[in-house]
Ligand binder design. Structure first.
Ligand SMILES: [Zn+2]
Ligand SMILES: [Zn+2]
Length: 271
């Protein structure tokens, strides 16, 4: 088995449906050697989806890590939103750098992966109806996030496409859209962070392809950037969703290796 771990997984400690114990048991049953938790970092402006207490989160998962010692190496990471930096990074094994929100001048937050109405409101209020301008602002923030916080992993790079099925808001083949995405991609790649091929949108039926899109994968391959595979699982059933297809996609895109989390670091395994 090539993929013996994953690093982007949620639990009931944030907006997931399975408990940490259920996720760890599922990882062990799937034959994983390593398993990383990545709750949404504490976000006072959106308590619905985020970890309530970072301290408690770390304490619970470190206890689980000790319980599983010798059977499954558990890593305690965090999915850090740009607007919700972690309180104590030293207590974590890694962070995933993600952008979920745009914030307007009045301090209102809009979840780009939220309800379509919220995204429409964001386009109308923040960008005067110009959805391409919203996409540009999103990618600028993705690049800023990575430059500023140097996450080990870059989460769902083109999440902004989630609410754009059928080109509802902007044209993903528009050279202006692609240029904004590619510029951010290059800035992120420079930091040496590992990108994830994220299958979570596919599992939840909100996208028709993984993150990132094929033209971005091609650019990553051309730049020699390391890519790992993650399900962004919010329940045990999603743990390895679309993993075989993801590996086939990477091979087809010309990648020779996939980055796999093992014993506290990424290792490159031949595809
Ligand atoms: Zn996320
Ligand atoms: Zn996530």
């Amino acid at each position: 088995m090539l993929l013996t771990s994953s690093t982007h997984n949620h639990t009931t400690l944030c907006d997931g449906k399975s408990t940490p114990a259920e996720m760890a048991a599922a990882a062990l049953a799937a034959g994983f050697t390593d398993f990383g938790f990545s709750g949404h970092s504490c976000a006072p402006f959106d308590m619905e989806y985020a970890v309530r207490s970072e301290e408690e989160y770390v304490r619970i998962l470190r206890a689980l890590q000790a319980e599983y010692a010798g059977r499954l190496r558990i890593a305690v990471g965090m999915e850090q939103d740009y607007y919700a930096p972690v309180q104590d990074r030293a207590t974590l094994d890694y962070i995933i750098g993600s952008v979920h929100y745009l914030r307007d001048g009045a301090g209102r937050y809009y979840a780009v992966d939220g309800a379509p109405e919220d995204v429409d409101a964001c386009v109308a209020r923040m960008f005067g109806g110009d959805a391409l301008a919203m996409a540009r602002a999103y990618y600028a923030l993705v690049a800023e996030n990575v430059r500023r916080f140097h996450p080990e992993i870059i989460g769902h790079f083109d999440l902004i496409k989630k609410n754009n099925r059928g080109g509802r808001l902007f044209d993903e083949e528009d050279p202006a859209y692609r240029a904004a995405a590619l510029e951010a991609l290059a800035a992120c790649a420079e930091t040496g962070a590992v990108f994830e091929l994220n299958t979570g949108g596919l599992f939840r039926g909100s996208t028709d392809e993984p993150y990132p899109a094929r033209f971005l994968l091609d650019a990553l391959r051309a730049m020699g950037v390391r890519v790992t595979v993650n399900a962004d699982a919010h329940c045990a059933e999603a743990l390895c969703f679309w993993f075989d297809e993801a590996l086939a996609l990477l091979r087809e895109a010309g990648f020779a290796r996939v980055a796999v989390w093992e014993n506290g670091a990424f290792t490159d395994k031949p595809l």
